[in-house]
Design a protein around this ligand. Structure first.
Ligand SMILES: Cc1ncc(COP(=O)(O)O)c(C=O)c1O
Length: 464
């Protein structure tokens, strides 16, 4: 006699509970192949349910092939279903004793002030789009991205970054990260060299190497990438640069070097990929126009909304020379068809209604204040240091002239975290006494406390 308990309060119906129990027993060989199951009347009686309920469960199992029926004989377990589920090997559970730790002050870079995300304005805009947008917004769209957002970006870039772009040259991507990944494939880099600023983040590097490209590091100093170091006797597939606020060094590339880079691209018939990820936040002088304004055929311009608004939006874009647009569109389609249209249309409306630029103005004020607090604290605390790359963005670099080498563990021991520039270097040995300090996400009191801790942490390095 087959018997098991059924729960009458479960969200699952009684029939589904019977199916699951029988499935489990068949797979575990507790009900063996060709074994006869009780009739629906018998099983209904032993479980205390209606015959219809058992019939419903049997019909489902019959359809899935767990059981078979012989007319005028009965219902049987199908053959060949004994099946052992593989058990995951779990590491032995170790009970950890958690001691309350002092929270680390993390000068991580590239993190916007998430607590200042314009929640209300974004929610209003998004709601309006959901309630009023044309039906087509809810369907599949062009792989280039929604035309309203491409128009809004073209207009914004023309006015504020000097970028020459028509909406048809813009591809909306899932962040600048995806734009880089698409470009690396599109420009056929497998087994080929691509020139990359050194230092550069490991993430950027790995986007290129994972796609099969070989990295050629190009020396980058406090003025940015040095075109004199670009290869002369072979052509790289592209040169990757962040001219408006190099990461990590923070340099703003002088116009002379920009012209040299463009001339190089023309001479070698290659491309410059210009990553313009946080140039909206300029604190000294006027913003330098994008390099793309010097040459629309050899410079591919990348932008993102991750730093101005939020990385969670996952919206970035690339501005391409016309001859690359069709291929990029195909590549984007193959990757994920297109970026989410609802967010795109909401963002387009957010830009058109002036809310985006209003937010930039607010954030620029906030970051300028935090940067001032940080710079003054560094100057008051460390007598022998240089501050590099402070004119823009949300991070700067400090070079400690009386320190040979900074150790990450000394920082951790003092509950402060910052990345040593050396960590981003391809050619090692030149940036061991420099730290990247991101401040966009930190409250003023945390910045001040963080610098105090840094002072203590670096005392042991000075003694070396
Ligand atoms: C140099 C650089 N460019 C661009 C980005 C933005 O990437 P995404 O738009 O995919 O968020 C980042 C992210 O930290 C970055 O460090």
């Amino acid at each position: 006699m087959l018997w098991f308990t059924l729960s009458r309060n479960e969200e699952q119906t009684l029939a589904v509970q019977i199916e699951e129990e029988l499935r489990k027993r068949i797979l575990a060989s507790q009900l063996r192949e060709n074994e006869k199951l009780p009739s629906s009347r018998e099983l209904a009686h032993s479980l205390g349910v209606s015959r219809n309920t058992v019939n419903e469960a049997y019909e489902q199992l019959l359809m899935e092939g767990y059981i078979y029926r012989i007319p005028r004989s009965g219902t049987y377990v199908s053959k060949g279903l004994a099946f052992k589920k593989e058990r995951r090997q779990l590491p032995p559970f170790e009970k950890q004793i958690h001691q309350p730790e002092e929270p680390i002050i993390d000068f991580k870079a590239s993190q916007p002030a998430l607590d200042h995300f314009p929640r209300q304005a974004w929610a209003n805009t998004y709601k309006q789009v959901c309630l009023t947008a044309n039906e087509d917004v809810f369907g599949y769209q062009s792989a280039l991205g929604h035309v309203q957002l491409r128009e809004a970006i073209a207009n914004y870039l023309g006015r504020l970054r000097g970028v020459e772009a028509l909406p048809d040259q813009i591809v909306i991507t899932t962040g600048a990260t995806q734009a880089l990944s698409l470009l690396t494939t599109l420009l056929q880099t497998v087994g080929e060299k691509v020139c990359v600023e050194d230092p550069v983040t490991e993430e950027m590097r790995s986007i290129f190497t994972e796609a099969g490209a070989k990295i050629e590091p190009i020396h980058t100093d406090e003025h940015g990438i040095n075109p004199a170091h670009l290869p002369k006797n072979h052509k790289p597939r592209f040169v990757f640069t962040i001219p408006s606020h190099q990461f990590p060094l923070g340099a703003i590339l002088p116009v002379k070097r920009r012209i040299e880079l463009v001339e190089y691209a023309r001479r070698m018939e290659t491309y410059i990929i210009e990553d313009d990820y946080d140039s909206e936040f300029i604190y000294e002088g006027t913003p330098v126009q994008a390099m793309q304004s010097l040459d629309t055929e050899h410079v591919i311009y990348l932008g993102t909304f991750s730093k101005i608004l939020s990385p969670s939006l996952r919206i970035g874009y690339m501005v391409l020379p016309y001859h690359l647009v069709e291929r990029a569109k195909k590549q984007k389609w193959f990757t994920d068809r297109h970026t989410s249209s609802l967010e795109q249309v909401a963002l387009a409306m957010f830009i058109k209604e002036g809310l985006f630029e209003k937010h930039i103005r607010r954030m620029k004020k906030l970051y300028a204040k935090r940067r001032k607090v940080l710079v003054e604290a560094i100057q008051a605390t460390f007598s022998q240091c240089d501050i590099i790359g402070q004119a823009a963005g949300m991070h700067l670099v400090v070079r400690f002239n009386n320190v040979n080498r900074i150790h990450a563990h000394d920082l951790v021991n003092h509950h402060v975290h910052a990345i040593i520039v050396e960590h981003f270097s391809i050619e090692k040995g030149q940036h061991q006494n420099e730290l990247v300090l991101g401040y966009g996400h930190l409250q003023e009191e945390d910045i001040l406390e963080g610098i105090k801790r840094l002072k203590k942490a670096l005392t042991s390095c000075v003694a070396e």
